[in-house]
Write a protein that binds this ligand. Structure first.
Ligand code: HEM
Length: 464
């Protein structure tokens, strides 16, 4: 009897250890077959690879690794290969010389919560196929062409005037600036799409059916998912994250779908001869799923940016403001690794092999702080842009807050109007101080990497 029990225990132990043994064997096999030509990188732990060395602030930890191992490094996150470029020269190799072959997207488990069909409906995650081209062209026509931008200028100005009006009523009080800017920009986008506000500056409860699941989903996306490190374990959803995510995504999409349905039912929200983006999408046969996906993606990046109202034409006349926006994005890019790419085929970057399927990142946070390019890189000095032609349209690989190549941010023309307009209005209409008249020189400007890079301590300010 004892003997049988011993055999059973040994059997269970073996069963428990089997996945671990398989992972170790796979890692040994991968490193011995690819190791020689992969970019260099720090030695990792068995099974975990470099997960612990990368930590939670990957933009700074991998920038330090690049100082030691060179501008192109390779890492193992669990069983997954990750390649990171950290200089302008490598960025040009990735985003220009190898733009096509490195144009796939690396899709994390958090995105797959509603099934694997991201290819069909998501502009940001689909590969660069005909559907992707069509989605980009539709967005350009309806939102980002010169004509579309011009026709929406007064809308953006109106939303900013509402923000100024709201802050006027709070003079002398402490406000959390990111909340105010979040609502202003979210509503500008929702007006472009639906001709309606979704959120309210005055009442937090308005639009909470959208805001709550949306913010919780972003939070959930930050929780490390075992399935991302070991795809063979993904279908077990060991932490239950996919299940939670699917529930939240259903809530968010139901709330958005209800608004689309109102339009399908003939709701009229704008002048009869006018068309908003939702009308355009419906007229072109887009499904609710496709429409929702376009709307939720676009809000993520914009919301992370640190009246006889000012209008957008004034903004173009303000070179120092433009320099201020560039300097802010140089030091604090909202997407420090751009949006992760994936190698569609094996290719060579800087004479190293990037195998098919590898995840490829460009660390633009490190590029913005590279002392071989920027004088006194850690000093915030907008003047450096006053006499230079450097722009962020993807031609200059030293400054890439919107990426470059075929996957460059399609929202760039909108963002470069909206962000300076909000900033200029905040500066023009108010004098600002810190709560309790604290010394601004002592302000904590450190940042933290969440889905985007943001200020670690929220900016609390008093408008006067
Ligand atoms: C300050 C604001 C913004 C920043 C810093 C930003 C930055 C970026 C970056 C770095 C990428 C990845 C580029 C690459 O892979 O090379 C991207 C992609 C994207 N952005 Fe933006 N973005 C902003 C605003 C917007 C806005 C306003 C929209 C839409 C309304 C938008 C929609 C998109 C979409 C759909 C993609 C995916 C494009 C593709 O994969 O083909 N972004 N953005």
């Amino acid at each position: 009897m004892d003997e049988t029990q011993g055999i059973l225990e040994a059997f269970y132990l073996l069963l428990f250890l089997l996945p671990i043994i398989i992972l170790i064997l796979r890692q040994i096999r991968t490193s011995s077959s690819n190791g020689k030509s992969l970019p260099p990188g720090p030695t990792g732990w068995p099974i975990l690879g470099n997960i612990l060395q990368v930590g939670t602030q990957a933009h700074s930890s991998t920038a330090q690794m690049a100082q030691i191992h060179g501008p192109l490094i390779s890492l193992k996150l669990g069983s997954q290969l990750l390649i990171i470029g950290s200089t302008a020269e490598v960025a040009a190799e990735i985003l220009k010389a190898n733009d096509r072959v490195l144009s796939g997207r690396h899709v994390i488990q958090g995105v797959l919560v509603r099934g694997n069909d991201v290819n069909h409906f998501s502009l940001i995650f689909t590969d660069c196929n005909d559907r992707w081209k069509y989605l980009r062209a539709t967005c350009r026509a309806g939102l980002f062409s010169a004509q579309a931008l011009e026709s929406h200028a007064s809308l953006r100005e109106r939303k900013v005037s509402e923000m100024v009006e709201f802050l006027n009523k709070r003079k002398g009080m402490v406000v959390e600036l990111k909340d105010v800017v979040f609502v202003t920009i979210f509503n500008s986008l929702s007006h472009l799409f639906y001709s309606k506000d979704v959120l309210s500056l005055e009442d937090e409860e308005v639009g909470s059916d959208i805001k709550r699941p949306y913010l919780k989903l972003l939070e959930l996306g930050l929780t490390p998912n075992i399935g991302d490190f070991y795809p063979m374990l993904a279908r077990f959803d060991l932490q239950g994250l996919n299940k939670k995510g699917a529930k939240l995504a259903d809530q968010l999409y139901d709330a958005l779908r209800a608004r689309i349905q109102q339009r399908r039912d003939g709701e009229s929200v704008h002048e009869p001869n006018k068309q908003d983006f939702l009308d355009l999408l419906l007229a072109n046969g887009f499904s609710d799923e496709e429409i929702n996906s376009l709307f939720s993606v676009s809000s993520v990046l914009l919301v992370s940016v640190h009246c006889d109202s000012i209008n957008e034409r004034d903004i173009c006349e303000l070179p120092y403001l433009q320099a201020l926006a560039k300097e802010t994005m140089r030091l604090h890019p909202p997407a420090p690794f751009l949006v992760p790419r994936r190698a569609l085929e094996t290719c060579q970057v800087m004479n190293y092999t990037v195998p098919k399927g590898a995840q490829v990142l460009v660390n633009i946070w490190a590029i913005g702080r590279d002392s071989t390019t920027w004088e006194d890189p850690l000093i915030f000095n907008p003047d450096r842009f006053l006499k230079s032609n450097v722009d962020f349209k993807g031609n200059n690989f030293h400054l890439l807050p919107f990426g470059a190549g075929r996957r460059i941010c399609p929202g760039l023309p909108l963002a470069v109007r909206q962000v300076p307009l909000v900033l200029a209005s905040l500066l023009h209409y108010f004098d600002w101080s810190l709560p309790n008249n604290e010394d601004p020189m002592l302000l904590d400007t450190s940042e933290t990497l969440t889905i985007t890079l943001r200020k670690k301590q929220p900016l609390l300010l008093v408008p006067k």
